[in-house]
Design a protein around this ligand. Structure first.
Ligand code: F6R
Ligand code: ZN
Length: 199
């Protein structure tokens, strides 16, 4: 056993008005200004940004070394809201080590995980409290909150060496968008998406 092997540890996921961790090392915040180019309706995006640089989502992480044997974990909180008719969402990413998976456990809220692989196959899975979502190796993943008033809160675990590649998926966007149509969430084609052979 290596000398620097850490001791086991425990922390609590605290369920109150907000879901919090009893201890964490990093608090990452993503505002509207961090999401330029991600929402389809760029005019609605600019109008909202001119008003206020709202907080869209947050991540609380437990720090672990970024090496293969470790598991990085924490909670992700996507707040409710829309840009135009597209729901608030995370940027989404492939893992830099492409063939690394991730597990999400939904703690609160309603929404979807929008996923696609480098071949252009797509999958959109629902997230609701107590559902466990498995993101297989090689699938880009983005969390979308479809509730009008509630946070979408998930607990995630993924390999320490996975890393994040935001650039690849950012260029052509995701194949599918989650938007509000007649008051309910709908999964629609992204008109800006390009199939792999046209990129
Ligand atoms: C880690 C992971 C999540 C996301 C978080 C924020 O691999 O998938 O912890 O990092 O939900 O989303 P991004 O990183 O896409 O801004
Ligand atoms: Zn990930």
């Amino acid at each position: 056993m290596p000398e620097d092997t850490p001791n086991p540890f425990t922390f609590d996921i605290q369920f109150g008005e907000n879901i919090t961790l009893s201890s964490y090392d990093n608090h990452i915040v993503r505002h509207l200004s961090n999401m330029r180019g991600q929402f389809l309706d760029s005019e609605a995006y600019q109008r909202m940004l001119d008003e206020d640089d709202r907080l869209l989502y947050e991540v609380y992480e437990i720090h672990r070394p970024e090496v293969p044997g470790e598991l990085l974990h924490g909670i992700s909180i996507v707040h409710p809201g829309k840009v135009g008719d597209e729901y608030y969402m995370t940027k989404g990413h492939f893992h830099t080590v492409l063939d690394t998976a991730e597990v999400y456990y939904c703690l609160r809220g309603r929404g979807f995980m929008v996923m696609e692989n480098p071949q252009g196959n797509w999958s959109v899975e629902p997230l609701r409290p107590q559902s466990v979502l498995y993101v297989p190796p090689c699938w880009a993943h983005r969390t979308v909150n479809t509730s009008a008033e509630e946070d979408l809160v998930t607990f995630f675990v993924y390999p320490g060496d996975a890393g994040h590649d935001y650039g690849s998926i950012e260029k052509q966007g995701y194949r599918k968008l989650v938007v509000e149509r007649d008051g309910t969430p709908a999964i629609v084609d992204n008109p800006r998406w390009l199939p792999p052979e046209k990129r």
